[in-house]
Design a protein around this ligand. Structure first.
Ligand code: AKB
Length: 337
């Protein structure tokens, strides 16, 4: 008998950090992880097995297939937008080829144990691409199907993998004599920028918000790489992890789509700076836009319509902009430094 488990790829990253803690607190199913980086010490005892390696190593996935019955996959491994823009081939390899391998792995798992593998895939607002600032300011809250013309390698990767997931779930090998689709239960969230009190992201383009807050807490000056009027949706990390778990546990029959927008608040970079300054009066924040990174953020929506997520599986973020700072970010980050 193989042991039933949840598999988390990219487990040492920012979302993995919160997810491992929440999943292990529920004590429902054992957890196994894959990442190139070791898990932080405090998480090692929370997982059943930690595989150090790349999701591109097929032998690693074969070993897992032989030993475990994977019921749920949280496929978090990715190269974020700034990093993937410097190395588009590496971005494609990790973000697309890696996801394809994981989807195929989930298909094999589903075929071998006979029940669909729930596959959680974090997509991103980077899947959108607005052509100019005027369109961005008049477009309103974008629905999932609008402006799907990403300008970054990462955004292209995310959008394509949303389609790959839908393909595996609904149309896999549609010309075969027997029906093989339905073994992967693909569920995806288009995440906004995420802000954690515990970790600082690296390689993203929405990183100006968390970088600003953590720099202030460390007493370091921060030069923000976008203009003060720059606006995209954001969410706290606990709300993001909670959303992922809600979607994972949602009744399949309530899900009207494969990919869902979610968001909690959408401050301008200037508003974020004011809130940081209020929490850390000594903070030295300036604005020195990097025109190329600015263009990427300008192509992302100012806000998204997340009504499908609210209706289908009860998205209900705990923190709005004010309470994210007053009740979560400022007190927790103060404790950390
Ligand atoms: C990034 O900036 O690349 C990510 C994202 C918005 O998906 N944080």
């Amino acid at each position: 008998m193989r042991k039933p488990v949840i598999l988390i790829t990219g487990a040492s990253g920012e979302i993995g950090h919160g997810l491992i803690e929440d999943l292990s607190a529920r004590q429902e199913t054992s957890i196994i992880t894959i990442d190139l980086q070791p898990l932080p010490r405090e998480h090692r005892d929370l997982v059943d097995r930690e595989y150090l390696g790349s999701i591109l190593e097929i032998h690693l996935l074969e070993r897992i297939l032989a030993e475990f019955e994977v019921r749920t996959v949280f496929h978090l491994a990715a190269l974020l937008s700034t990093r993937a823009e410097f190395s588009p081939m590496a971005g494609h390899q990790v973000n697309v080829e890696g996801t394809l391998k994981l989807l195929d792995f989930a298909q094999s798992q589903g075929e071998s144990h006979g029940r669909p593998v729930v596959f959680l895939y974090p997509s991103s607002i980077a899947a959108y691409g607005l052509p100019d600032l005027e369109t961005k300011s008049t477009a309103g809250r974008l629905k999932e199907h609008e402006w799907n013309q990403p300008t970054t390698m990462y955004g292209c990767n995310k959008l394509y993998c949303e389609h790959l997931g839908r393909y595996y779930a609904d149309h896999y090998k549609q010309l075969a004599a027997e029906t093989l689709s339905g073994k992967v239960d693909f569920r995806s969230i288009r995440f906004p920028g995420l802000i954690s009190a515990e970790t600082v992201p690296s390689g993203g383009t929405s990183d100006y918000a968390p970088e600003m807050i953590h720099a202030a807490a460390r007493g370091e000056p921060y030069a923000c790489f976008v203009r003060p009027d720059t606006r995209i949706p954001f969410m706290t990390m606990p709300d993001a992890v909670n959303a992922l778990l809600r979607l994972a546990h949602a009744d399949r029959s309530n899900l009207s789509r494969a990919v869902y927008n979610i968001a909690a608040f959408n401050p301008s970079a200037g508003q974020i700076a004011e809130l940081v300054q209020r929490g850390f009066p000594e903070a030295k924040i300036s604005f020195r836009p990097d025109l190329k990174r600015q263009a990427i953020v300008d192509s992302w929506p100012a806000d998204v319509d997340d009504s499908a997520a609210r209706n289908d599986w009860g998205l209900d973020p705990e923190y709005d902009l004010e309470t994210a700072f007053s009740d979560y970010l400022i007190p927790r980050i103060r404790e950390r430094y």
